[in-house]
Design a protein around this ligand. Structure first.
Ligand code: NDP
Ligand code: 8X3
Length: 252
């Protein structure tokens, strides 16, 4: 029987991460599910344990010590991580740069950029040592195009794009695959977080067209993970059909 790969997914408590966990569980991957909301992690883990081996880690990606200690706390067999999916992240606010909140800026840079780096730093050594592994970073159309009021969120996702390219170059000597997937509008808790719990404003983001669903991104992650050893999906932008760019969306 083929080696069952161990996949660590950050942000597995909702949206893209949760959908990916479900799809990978059904496709014979072992899972390390991460997120801050422990109850959600536990519920999902219990459900998926009927299909595969699952463990959970609850940490705040902004806290480097917590990230390192959490990954270090894994039992030896679980430390042999084959795949890292750097998915945890959010937008906080949608304001012009001149009125943006410093707390929002800190959150986006700390979570989307530094958090991704902290998790990668903790997981990479085992991949480097084994000269094998796959890192998938979830970027965004916002990491390819800047839109009005997107300023710092866009900057954080441009950084994810740059880091993905840098990782691919530096890890090339170790045969580690590095993939970026850059979605357009996906209907998850993303907008609820961006608009600080304002449900009405959040719903409006996805009104009048058919947005992507978290499953659509999970499908692409599975596709990237199941290419043969000599093939890496390097950079993939995926949009709803109604979306032509970061700002052009055909609504009814
Ligand atoms: P969700 O808000 O549904 O999920 C975000 C996930 O990130 C949650 O599981 C959350 O878990 C986790 N997370 C957030 N902050 C932290 C933190 N400080 N520490 C640890 N975990 C954290 O959004 P999506 O599923 O849509 O977002 C997933 C990724 O996709 C993000 O990187 C986002 O930028 C990107 N993306 C989203 C798009 C969209 O339109 N939805 C489009 C393009 C990219 P918890 O709160 O339990 O910690
Ligand atoms: C999420 C998509 O367009 O809201 O990254 O930035 S967008």
């Amino acid at each position: 029987m083929a080696h069952q790969r161990i996949v660590l997914i950050t942000g597995a408590t909702s949206g893209i991460g949760e959908a990916t966990a479900r799809l990978l569980a059904a496709n014979n991957f072992k899972l390390i599910l991460c997120g801050r909301r422990k109850e959600r992690l536990q519920t999902l883990a219990e459900e998926l344990k009927t299909q595969t081996e699952v463990t959970t880690l609850s940490f705040e990606v902004r806290n480097q010590k917590e990230v390192a200690a959490s990954i270090e706390s894994l039992p030896p067999a679980w430390k042999q991580i084959d795949v890292l999916i750097n998915n945890a992240g959010n937008a906080h606010g949608l304001d012009p740069i001149q009125t943006g909140s410093v707390d929002d800026w800190d959150a986006m840079m700390d979570i989307n950029v530094k958090g991704l780096l902290y998790v990668t730093k903790a997981v990479m050594p085992v991949m480097v040592q084994r000269n094998a592994g796959h890192i998938i970073n979830i970027g965004s159309i916002a990491g390819k195009e800047v839109y009005g009021n997107g300023n710092v969120y866009c900057a954080s996702k441009f950084a994810v794009d740059a880091l993905t390219k840098g990782m691919r170059i530096d890890l090339n000597a170790h045969s580690i695959k590095v993939t970026a997937i850059h979605p357009g509008l996906v209907e998850t808790e993303f907008s609820l977080v961006r608009f600080k719990g304002d449900e009405e404003r959040s719903k409006n983001v996805y009104k009048g067209f058919e947005p992507l669903q978290a499953n659509d991104i999970a499908d692409l992650i599975l596709f990237a993970l199941t290419r043969p050893p000599h093939v890496v999906i390097a950079d993939l932008v995926v949009l709803p059909t109604a979306q032509a760019s970061a700002t052009v969306v055909r609504r009814n």
